[in-house]
Design a protein around this ligand. Structure first.
Ligand code: NI
Length: 197
């Protein structure tokens, strides 16, 4: 999995968390990313739609929350809602750059980053969510425009993650569509458990 084994909040790891019927998995509410055996143009279209819709869904999910709610961890020991909001553009900016590199270079080696440490920087822990909501909307606007322009051949272009190897763009697109739902579910599930809706 790209971005996978290098990140310590671990949501992209294949190994790990046990899930039982009695204790729903708060960390992986939608399960792990399981790409289809064969990715079609239909899958790509659905995933692009997900990327197009997620900024609005994120804004709707969090814009009415107060500071104390935003500073509540989505699970015990997990990121706060505020950190999750800032994580969306932090993660997807890296993804956007990786797509552009893969489209303009031959299987470029991309730069991993420590997302758990990014989430501990002061702005990600304490700053207003509004800058990240705007950043995320603008970023996905550009990213979706790029994705909508790509040919099937371009979706086969790939980058090389130094820790987890080579993945092509359609596989990676599916992973980031999964990533959108993964973190939106963290927020929605906390709101449900807390009675905030
Ligand atoms: Ni994430």
């Amino acid at each position: 999995m790209p971005v996978a084994f290098a990140n310590s909040h671990g949501h992209l790891r294949h190994n790990g968390v046990m899930q039982t019927a009695e204790a729903p998995d708060l960390r992986y509410p939608t399960g792990r990313y399981t790409p289809p055996a064969s990715i079609t143009s239909g899958h790509r279209g659905e995933w692009i739609d997900t990327l197009a819709q997620t900024p609005g869904m994120l804004r709707a999910a969090v814009e009415e929350l107060g500071a104390e709610q935003l500073d509540t961890p989505y699970r015990p020991g997990g990121w706060t809602i505020r950190q999750v909001v800032h994580h969306f553009p932090d993660s997807h900016m890296n993804a956007y750059v990786r797509f552009r590199l893969a489209l303009t270079e031959d299987e470029p080696v991309i730069k991993p980053y420590h997302e758990h440490l990014w989430a501990e920087l002061a702005d990600a822990k304490t700053s207003s969510i509004h800058s990240s909501l705007k950043l995320f909307e603008g970023l996905h606007g550009r990213w979706v425009a790029l994705l909508a322009s790509l040919t099937p051949e371009q979706f086969q272009r790939a980058f090389n993650h130094p820790e987890i190897g080579v993945h092509n763009l359609e596989w990676t697109l599916g992973m980031y569509a999964w990533h959108c739902g993964h973190h939106l579910a963290h927020i929605d599930n906390l709101k449900s458990r807390m009675g905030w809706r």
